[in-house]
Design a protein around this ligand. Structure first.
Ligand code: GAP
Length: 497
């Protein structure tokens, strides 16, 4: 494998994603929308394969898990009870020099009063770090605006009438409106029809805890699993799809008897780390990290992150938190609805504690692509140096499991290659038929998009039914019967490695 520098690697992934149809910038023809991305044919397949693997391993293969799929817009009281309305915010600061907006908690730290040199309009200037103890992450200026709390939830309104537009119309047409009236109407809008796009999938699983309990006859320990979109109005979006405003999560709320939470937290940390390590090429690039006391979210008793070694350093892929009975308690209090469980055997009623393995599906797509990306140098048929790009995806996750390639555009070869591809499709396996360009270029293309097998049909194949199966990772070529090649593809597509 050729050494690829970390920054170059992320740029290469972004470029490959666009060139080959994994991920596109949203609304590109209008100049793009910051931090919004669309998944193309290959991207959606990879994302679905990861989600399916998660669902299969965590729901279908277990007796203690049930699935769930909640509405994105929920009653606003959900967010009042959960603490999101008051507390789900980041500290926002404006730089007075470069005018960039950033998160105070992520800004570079310096001792208050320290002298710092930075650039303004290509001029080197000096300044003193203010009492806040940080500077602008973009230009290093210590000249900053006040820190403001910025709620990350996207707000919208339910109903045919847009009350904000109504108020704006009233302001522009009625000169007698006082500031007090405008304030009062704004408060009413906020209280009345304001709803939020969910910032996590988790809350619905607490709110519906009783319905799930009663309809599934589960008892703690058991879990509810959900995959779906979440929305956060992030101040800083970064690293391609790593931090976006719209993303997908794969979350479990695992309800346990209160005295067993530690055991279950350890259990889920081990399970989840091993899950990632089971389908990647470099398992050591995944690690478990315990949160420091001052990092813990308001609801968490303890928390671990599963980090991946991204090109910019170790960063979070999944959080595994012990949330205690915080959420059930909050919702029980505000809704005045019992959310406790009666343990018949012990003859007592209690609020279960919750262990929450919360993974980012969109982030996982990026980690899987980075883990799979390889480059190697070789010599082409004209003796020129060439770079071979390879996505070493596990066959289970690869968007296309095999490419069926007639060596030349000959009627017999085309017919046989199409017939074998259709046999795979009829067994539910996603494969490609490809007769464009030279065979070398087709191999290179399928290496680059991560197709595990290239199956070539040649003149001889039309006589003896044998085809050449080329393995993406080793490039070894094996001659076998067409039916055997189909069986190999079908069986490998359900394997992790
Ligand atoms: N219910 C708990 C919860 O949502 P979180 O740590 O805020 O916890 C869980 O989010 C996971 O969701 C993260 O580990 C990350 O993978 C993903 N995630 C969070 N914010 C994201 C964003 N802006 N863009 C992409 N993924 C994000």
């Amino acid at each position: 494998m050729t050494n690829v520098s970390p920054q170059t690697k992320i740029n290469k992934i972004v470029s490959l994603c666009k060139r080959r149809g994994y991920v596109f910038q949203s609304s590109e023809i209008y100049g793009g929308l910051k931090s919004s991305y669309d998944f193309g044919h290959l991207g959606v397949e990879l994302k679905r394969n990861i989600a399916d693997l998660w669902w299969q391993d965590l729901v279908h293969r277990r007796d203690d898990m049930v699935g769930f799929d909640a509405a994105i817009i929920m009653h606003p009281k959900v967010w009042q009870a959960s603490g999101h309305l008051d507390g789900f915010s980041d500290p926002l600061v404006d730089c007075l020099d470069c005018k960039q907006r950033f998160r105070a908690d992520k800004a570079p730290r310096h001792p208050a009063g320290a002298t710092i040199t930075y650039q303004v309009k290509n001029m080197e200037v000096e300044g003193k770090v203010a009492a806040c103890g940080y500077v602008c992450p973009y230009c290093s200026s210590p000249r900053l605006g006040d820190e403001r709390q910025f709620n990350l939830m996207f707000q919208t309104n339910l109903g045919a009438v847009n009350p904000v537009q109504d108020l704006l119309n009233a302001i522009s047409s009625d000169d007698t409106l006082t500031l007090a009236t405008i304030r009062q109407r704004l408060r009413k809008i906020n209280k009345g029809s304001a709803v939020y796009l969910r910032p996590e999938t988790a809350q619905a699983m607490f709110v519906q805890f009783m319905n799930v309990l009663q309809t599934t006859s589960k008892k703690p320990p058991f879990g509810i699993a959900q995959i779906g979109k979440s929305f956060r109005n992030e101040i800083v979006t970064e690293h391609f799809i790593f931090r976006a405003c719209e993303f997908e999560q794969m979350e479990i709320e695992y309800f346990v008897p209160p005295d067993s939470w530690r055991k279950w937290l350890d259990y889920w940390c081990e399970q989840r780390l091993n899950w990632y390590r089971g389908f990647v090429n470099q398992p050591d690039n995944f690690r478990l990290r315990q949160h420091e006391e001052d990092e813990l979210a308001h609801y968490a008793q303890a928390c671990y992150d599963i980090d991946f070694k991204f090109p910019w350093g170790w960063d979070e892929l999944e959080g595994i938190a012990s949330r205690g009975d915080y959420d059930l308690n909050c919702h029980q209090r505000l809704s005045q609805t019992k959310l406790s469980y009666f343990d018949n055997q012990a003859g007592k009623r209690y609020l279960p504690y919750v262990i929450e393995p919360s993974a980012g599906l969109t982030r996982c797509v990026l980690a899987v692509l980075l883990d799979a990306y390889e480059e190697s140098k070789g010599i082409d048929s004209h003796g020129r140096e060439k770079t071979r790009v390879l996505l070493k995806l596990s066959p289970r996750l690869a968007p296309i499991k095999a490419a069926f390639l007639p060596l030349v555009k000959d009627e017999g070869q085309i017919k046989l290659a199409r017939h074998l591809a259709d046999s795979c499709r009829q067994q539910g396996v996603h494969v490609a038929y490809d007769d464009n360009q030279s065979i070398g270029k087709r191999y290179a293309k399928h290496d680059e998009i991560g197709t595990p097998f290239a199956i070539t049909v040649d003149t001889q194949s039309c006589q003896d039914g044998l085809v050449t199966v080329r393995d993406r990772d080793t490039t070894t070529q094996t001659r076998m019967a067409g039916e055997a090649a189909v069986a190999k593809v079908v069986s490998c597509s359900s394997n992790l490695r």
